[in-house]
Design a protein around this ligand. Structure first.
Ligand code: UD1
Length: 420
């Protein structure tokens, strides 16, 4: 398994470019299953997860052609089964359920795997499909769903906010007969991006970005060309990288309106953050001050930036209380940060971080996507040489990580190893 050797202690400076959003690209690609035309997606990042989704779509029988960052998805599904071998690699594979049911009235999707954070159930996805008239059974580790006469519009009230279940319901309801109302939905920018693309394909969706979405079903969806939004989690990671290394970064392509919660917190730590024409300009101002954060669905502080922000708080002045409310068991980075000298106490979903003047280099091990990058950030902030192993998690969500960070002064190299 590959690892990253990081020589820390260099303030990151210069420009760093943000790729297309993984979490927008995956549902958009799944929406390719719902169209009778061709969906052309631009700015699709080259990642292990997008490659997994390409493989899943191809397994369903679609024609998927990649030309650099553009994907063309067309054709009809010849196979409505999403098998365990493909789905276990990525939890977001469950996003094929809504499109398959909507267009073909049938789907068989393995229960997913993915990041080992919490139990991560799919009950809300199933509930939404049932509210749209599907009959769903769980058997042999598979979700088997049928709507022989097609889905029918309905009212879906989500008891908890789920990004993925909202996306599945949006795509399915777009092809249901009649009108649907989705209540207590996710408001993430990726939801809005999906709605914009589906509407370009001929769907009739309103209310996206608020907590209630209305959808008038249409008979079929057609051709569209859509550009994936920039990855706000990647952008936020680079903003924290500037702050933790005492650096000065122009984060090209970042939208401040997607990152307000992080920007507010970074400003409270003492960093300057300015929206500029082509992105966000982040400048560290001495040692960061501690602040408390609580993760929440958008527009709250993103759970996908919690680990990175915790790394920053490890070197801040004072103590910080970090509450994780979106996922259980999302503190797997804590023991690894502790190996680098961090002082963190975890009690349930709350971590108390006592800031240290500095961290020390150490060999550490990545456990999930965002935990991995938090270790990279911590390593960049030490004065020594750290080795972060099991970085395959990073390749699921960050494209060209070494090149991008290297171009801003970071000294890091990938150590390739054939052993698993
Ligand atoms: C998406 C993101 C992920 C991010 C998360 C929360 C993608 C591909 N991934 O994941 O990076 O961390 O949003 O912002 O977009 N839940 C249930 N039942 C369900 C579904 C979810 O109880 O059927 C729970 C989850 O266990 C979790 C919470 O709801 O506690 C939020 O999960 P959800 O918003 O669904 O996350 P994902 O869509 O999987």
């Amino acid at each position: 398994m590959d690892s990253l050797r990081i020589h820390g202690g260099v303030p990151l400076t210069g420009r760093i470019t943000v790729s297309g959003a993984k979490n927008a690209a995956l549902p958009l690609m799944a929406a390719g299953l719902a169209t009778s035309g061709t969906l052309t997606l631009e700015n699709v990042p080259r990642l292990v997860d997008t490659a997994s989704m390409e493989a899943l779509l191809a397994n369903h029988g679609l024609d998927v052609v990649r030309d650099d960052l553009t994907l063309r998805i067309g054709g009809a599904a010849s196979n409505l089964d999403a098998p365990y071998d493909l789905v276990r690699k990525m939890r977001a594979s469950v996003l094929v359920l809504g499109p398959l049911l909507g267009r073909y009235g049938e789907a068989r999707v393995s229960l997913p795997g993915g990041c080992a954070i919490g139990t991560r159930p799919v009950d809300l996805h199933i509930r939404a499909m049932q509210a749209l008239g599907a009959v769903v059974e769980l058997a042999d580790g598979y979700i088997q769903a049928r709507a022989p006469g097609g889905l029918t519009g309905g009212r879906v009230v989500f008891p908890n906010v789920s990004v993925g279940a909202t996306e599945n319901a949006m795509i399915a309801a777009s092809l249901a007969k009649g009108t649907s109302e989705l209540v207590n939905v996710a408001r993430e920018p990726e939801i809005v991006d999906l709605a914009v693309c589906l509407n370009a394909m001929g769907a009739r969706i309103t209310g996206h970005g608020s907590d209630t979405i209305r959808i008038e079903g249409v008979d079929s969806l057609g051709d569209a060309t859509h550009r994936v939004i920039p990855d706000r989690i990647e952008a936020g990671t680079w903003a924290i990288a500037a702050a933790i290394t005492g650096g000065d970064l122009l984060i090209e392509g970042a939208y401040q309106r997607h990152l307000d919660a992080l920007v507010d917190m970074l400003v409270e730590t003492g960093a300057s953050v300015d929206a500029v024409d082509d992105g966000l300009h982040v400048v560290a101002n001495g040692r960061p001050q501690s602040v408390d954060i609580t993760t929440d669905p958008f527009p709250g502080f993103p759970t996908d930036l919690q680990a990175q922000f915790m790394a920053l708080m490890c070197v801040a002045e004072g103590s910080s209380r970090i509450s994780e409310t979106v996922f259980e068991n999302r503190f797997m980075h804590v023991p690894e940060l502790a190996r680098m000298g961090a002082d963190i106490q975890v009690d349930g979903g709350i971590a108390l971080v006592r800031g240290q003047p500095s961290l020390t280099s150490a060999p550490v091990m990545a456990t999930d996507l965002r935990a991995s990058v938090s270790l990279v950030l911590a390593a960049l902030a030490t004065d020594g040489v750290s080795e972060v192993s099991r970085i395959y998690h990073l390749d699921r969500g960050y494209s060209d990580l070494e090149t991008k960070l290297g171009s801003c002064g970071a000294r890091l190299e990938r150590i390739r190893s054939g052993h698993d």
